[in-house]
Write a protein that binds this ligand. Structure first.
Ligand SMILES: [Zn+2]
Length: 314
């Protein structure tokens, strides 16, 4: 009898142990898998961010304006002949709120003023750039990407509050889509413009075409497109100096050297505050000091500033 009881007790213990194992083992395995899954998801997110970063840089590099561009004001500032005298194109009625409050009038070449411009932000690089600009008491122009504005709204608000100009670059930065037609450009521009307006309470008046005003993607539509943007009162700016900080492997030394190589009475310097590199922020103090030592002061782009723009020499 005693023996039987012992047997039953042992069997119960074994059953209990088996039950515990059946519960504990899968729980442990599940926890381990969750940790692993989280780690993989983080790596996947990192990889996606890297792909975004590289594709943005690649797009800018591919859309570099053709070699045969000049800095002359291009003839396309006049409405194209095919448009004048005919019914207004239907796209003029798209996005009826998207007009500048300060239309482009006479523009001035401000001699010995340098305009620092940052494309493709905001990003995690922007706060460091803002701090350096503050340290030197310099104001700059940021041509922002709408999707990044949505991601870093506080940085954009901060930049505007510190007295910098927020201009529009693009919403998606996908050249093939935005330059598919005048209509698709207006859709993309308007989305970014609205985001900045909603966030800062200021209607952006200046913008920069992704890839510049004339590039490999907008060759077929740039004339009516530019005419339409000017009709809406927006001033656009290309550049006559570039830090070359979004291509190859930029270093603090290379961005300084490239930015300062410009010979212009009114340099408009292309830089980037996207996620590609920290070289821009690292080189920025020397860029500012370099221009200062040559007697330049710094300004922000507003529609009264002469639109340095690429011309097309066929
Ligand atoms: Zn860009």
């Amino acid at each position: 009898m005693k023996h039987l009881k012992q047997n039953t007790a042992r069997r119960r213990q074994a059953l209990l142990a088996a039950l515990l194992l059946a519960i504990v083992l899968p729980s442990v395995a599940c926890a381990a898998l969750t940790v692993r899954q989280n780690r993989l998801q983080r790596r996947l997110a990192d990889a996606h961010a890297e792909i975004d970063r590289l594709s943005l840089a690649l797009q800018d590099a591919q859309a570099e304006p053709p070699d045969n561009v000049s800095e002359e004001r291009p003839p396309e500032h006049e409405p194209p002949a095919s448009v004048s005298g005919q019914a207004a194109p239907a796209y003029q009625s798209l996005h009826p709120d998207v007009y500048s409050d300060t239309p482009v009038g006479d523009q001035t070449v401000y001699e010995n003023v340098c305009y620092l411009t940052f494309d493709d932000g905001p990003s995690e690089q922007t706060p460091a750039i803002l701090d350096i600009l503050d340290r030197y008491g310099v104001k700059a122009t940021f041509f922002v990407v709408g999707s990044s504005v949505q991601k870093y709204p506080d940085i954009v608000k901060d930049a505007a509050a510190r007295g910098h100009v927020i201009g529009v670059h693009t919403d998606s930065h996908v050249y093939k889509d935005i330059y598919a037609s005048v209509e698709s450009y207006l859709d993309d521009f308007s989305a970014a413009w609205q985001r900045v307006y909603d966030l800062t309470g200021q209607k952006p008046a200046v913008f920069r075409f992704p890839g510049g005003s004339i590039n490999q993607y907008n060759k077929g539509i740039y004339q009516p497109l530019i005419a339409e943007m000017l009709r809406r009162g927006f001033a656009y700016y290309d550049w006559n100096a570039s830090a070359e900080d979004a291509v190859g492997k930029p270093t603090a030394e290379s961005v300084v050297q490239n930015a300062l190589s410009v010979q212009s009475k009114m340099p408009i310097v292309l830089m980037h505050d996207g996620t590609y590199t920290t070289a821009t922020a690292e080189g920025l103090p020397k860029i500012i000091e370099g221009f200062q030592s040559r007697g330049y002061t710094f300004g922000v782009l507003t529609p009264d500033v002469y639109s340095v723009a690429f011309g097309y020499r066929d």
